[in-house]
Design a binder for this molecule. Sequence first.
Ligand code: HPA
Length: 275
Amino acid sequence: MTNAIEQAASAITNIHGPNFPKTVLVLGSGLGAFGEKIDAENIIPYKDIPGFPVSTVSGHAGQLLIGKAAGTPIACMQGRLHVYEGHPVQEIALPIRTYRALGAETLILTNAAGSLRQEMGPGSLMLISDHINFSGRNPLIGPNDDDVGPRFPDMSNVYDAQLREQFTHAAKEEGINLKSGVYLYTTGPSFETPAEIKMFAKMGADAVGMSTAPEAIAARHAGLKVVGLSLITNHAAGIAAHPITHDETLAIGAQSYETMSRLMLQFLSTFDRTP
Ligand code: HPA
């Protein structure tokens, strides 16, 4: 284990003790309020964990909550890092590797995304079936730590089939219409042009956003199971009838928050609850 992972892990253990949850949830833009559903035993600001980069985006709190949701032990990142903030994409990997070193097994990623499908409008929830990393960057660039994972990790099954099945089942239980599709990752921070969106649609993308894929790659490298959920906040450029704004994405996030949170709690209630 590298020094950086060890230092971050021991900072968390010093505060929370040895029982780190097996499940970690990352809350995307506008979804930070889900933190309220967590019965938190400890709230650790990222600035208190060595090497954890601090997010600057509005709608992202920047703290790690450790406790229970729907009875399931969970650690929750309230606020995530983005490459567009100026962080090298490699920095996104440290928190993920730290959770793995602490015994986490599953990573649940959420995000706000733009839809490339006419019938998948604002407020829709999309389970990520796969991703396209269209950023030209990869969190694994640099020397490989063989203790974390292999130099050339397989990415054939990034989003775990069984966890997706569990999510689909949870959606049925709650009567929620859950879509499924391919998430395309760009760095942002500018939204896309209509020409880019047309190209992404031809490439097989269903939704576009500025996060998630780097964390998913780092997590698969480290041997974590991954599942991802996109909250569709807008139709993408050229499909939308009006310009896209960050405020709109936050507003739709807030409106759809209740549905997302019902789905997430139902999903989490199906997890192994042993600490
Ligand atoms: N594009 C990229 N990222 C986004 C979008 C979008 O249209 N909506 C929310 N996040």
